[in-house]
Design a protein. Sequence first.
Length: 201
Amino acid sequence: MKVAIFASGNGSNFEAIMQAVAAKELEMEVVLLFSDQRESYVLNRAKKYQIPTAAFSPKEFDSRQAYEQAVLDVLQENQVDWIVLAGYMRIIGKKLLKAYPNRIINIHPSLLPAFPGLHGIKDAFEAGVSQTGVTIHFVDAGVDTGPIIAQGKVSVHSDDTLESLEERIHKKEHELYPKVLQQIIGKGNLDFKIKENRNLS
Ligand code: GRF
């Protein structure tokens, strides 16, 4: 299966995915890294793995539709089957959802439906929960609302700082995301999502 990874920033999840692909633990072909930020660090990581990149931002277009059409054109040129979001900080619009129905997966750093949005880790930390985690889900038109595929729990320790919690959450993401992608994209186990909220931790 040909996969495009979408990322906006650092790209540590991209790196974890590429390591799993290199180790043959994740059977999929990453044919494109797309970023909506021309200067994002993830583009350097893509170069390291010799993954073709495309980078442009919605600001460069007259409308969101025009931006999404440009994204779609690049995906179709590369015959992409699946989109994997790895820190892509934008809502996916109708055009892409229609072109890739149930073929877009996202990772979010909280136990959804708790703490959706841009600051999942901070919001959970500030709420004082004793447990948070990560969620992998199919993408729909909402913000972090699509059907949940898998969740991994992370305990909040009494001496945690936001930074130490972030570190453990990212570690959990890097373990869980490649495993789940292997089930769904690698093995083609498409109903992996529907049965239950699997906890693979
Ligand atoms: C991750 O925490 C992911 O869950 C969220 O954005 C962050 C991206 O981190 N959607 P990175 O760019 O993969 O390091």
